[in-house]
Design a protein around this ligand. Sequence first.
Ligand SMILES: [Zn+2]
Length: 740
Amino acid sequence: MSFFSLGRNKDTASPAFRPDTYAPQSLQTQQPQPQSPPSRSLNQQFADQKRDQKRSSSFRRRLSKPQRLLTGTRGGPLPVVRKGNNNNNNNIDLGTAFSTSPLAMTFGADTSNPASSRLEAAAAAGALAGANTAAAVAEYTSPASSQHQQQGSTLAAAAGTPANSPLAPEVLAARVAERMKTYDAKRINTVKTEAAMAFDYDCIENATDAEKLANQVLLRLKKQDEIAVFQKAGMRTGFGNQKHKAFAGDHFLTNVSLLEDTHVLRAARRAPKGAHLHIHYNACLKPRVLLDLAEKMDRMFITSDLPLVFVGTDDSRTQNFYLCEIQFQITSVQDEKPGNLFDPGYSDRKHMQFREFLRQFPQKEMGMAAMDWLESKLVFSEKETYDIPQTSNGAWERFNGRTRMMKGLFNYETVYRKYTELFLQDLLNDNIQYAEIRPNFMTTNQLWNDDGTAKLDNAGIVKLIIGACEAFKKAHKGVRNFDGIKIIYCTPRSFPNDKVKAALDECILFKQTWPEYIAGFDLVGQESMGKPLRQFVPEFIAFQEECAQLGIKIPFLFHCGETLDMGTDVDGNLIDALLLNSKRIGHGFALPRHPHILQEMKRKNVCVEVCPISNEILGLTPRIGGHAVYSLLAQNVPCTINSDNGTLFQSSLSHDFYQVLVGKSDMGLFGWRQLAEWSLIHSCFSSDSAMADARVRWLEEWRDYVVWLLTTYDAENPETQRVLAEIAQDRRLAARASKL
Ligand SMILES: [Zn+2]
């Protein structure tokens, strides 16, 4: 076997190293192509392909994806660039970039497979994924099908049966058998066509031997978790004492403690997830982190809108503790209005020192410590989220109260710096390579100094984040694969036009001051309560004109369509996000219900920042299985997975990766790979080369991850042992070659 073919399919090993062959297919974003005539050089072929592609691109655009597949246009002689990956950032020669890495050869994609039919290849890939596809193909190519064929010979006997008379049983059987032949063939074709349209098709088709085995491992782990964790958890009692089995795709907050015992969550944590593109900066660490830091502050005070007293003697006696909205505030000596939250006459959000509050909290009567109670006030619980009368608006009400509670825990200098440092560490711990964070900028949200006597303005906040990030990157240089963070300038959608205009102006100023750190612009807050995007269209267009004049790029990255409603301003935001050329959209839950906007966004390569757990908890779907992401993926819309406000949802990005995997039975390793790759492709990297570099490093991590899955969960399998031995040998040789 050739040294360079290690880790690839045995029967397609290439006799010599070719950079174009060994570049990973999904990085190239091209479909496999048949062998070209040997007389033409690679450069000549490439020039021909570009010319032909230009000629036929308008024709291909007019065809639907299935049509392209069936006419061979997609997989014909031209290297058709996949629509979903075809953005400016992506038209870079990653093949060349990648081929410079010695390890490129270990997991190189097989582009030399001259499959006679792309559809056959798709079905084969589907079978390797262990998917339902495979089962369906097997069912209809089984010996039982050949029985239909044998019976078909008796059909001729039916030819003489008069019209309107009942068919003899053997004639009917013969006719059924004859039609079953056609039916079987059509069904196989349907399965193959659908498999070829799958969002993870490219990853499946170009999988290495190691990835195929690792995918089987991941699908097996899903099943093992069902038995070892969910079945073991026993039955849950529902309405009228009905019993319900626990299962992986059930309510996230119902399962969240069980997930810690699952292999799939462990695998999700270890997976290199690429970029995290939708994360609100005030709610991304565990709530206890901020509470513990607040306890250390001399000038940290707590307030409430209700006195914390017990009412009556029945079950509702603790209702004030549930209904109250707690807030925190760093307060100067001059501004302090002393009060005691446990006094029945307490009112007007008077200040109680936080440490004193912790001392006086009625731990015995509440059955929990003060910190535990405060933590419970910050995060969504199972009961309040899934209780039958709960609504999306009700969940948002709780969400907004929690956001206000977080605000005071977060907006002072010491904690902001510490929080940034911990957040960056958290990215590394969760195997996230890069993030675009969404801090909320407004004049009332400025940072206090630690004694509450002065404030840092928005520029001061950006400087603080950048300073912490630079220090962190320096401290971790060469240790981990990390591209740092960028800032998406966000301001509330509830603001009037002049304030949004001021925010847009400040965003331009920040971009000019820190071009490497400003990723884009967005409006935040509950969409149905704020103003629609179309209210700010003149300001947005003026912003675009000004950016063009100044020669700077600040893409819109709008939240939009985070709703179940149709015909409202909220799903109407999708229209404006499209027309304003939003580079990505946040949530886009309503997008599958707007077929024209969906197709247009797909054509413009707009990526959807999907937030599975957030959408479930805020009432858009009762369980992950009903999430809009699967409709988007079924239509091959580029998506990324995100945590949104993990603090409040008891989640991390790994939890969201877990959810999206268990919500679709046949989704495995290739789904995760495509989602992670899309996250980097649709990031706001400063240059094409920066993105290419990040993607090459991501791929190296991905290879390590595949090896980890195999060594951790499949080491006994002789086939795995063979593949791992080949990879190890390949790496030894590559390391030796790099020293020459
Ligand atoms: Zn959001």
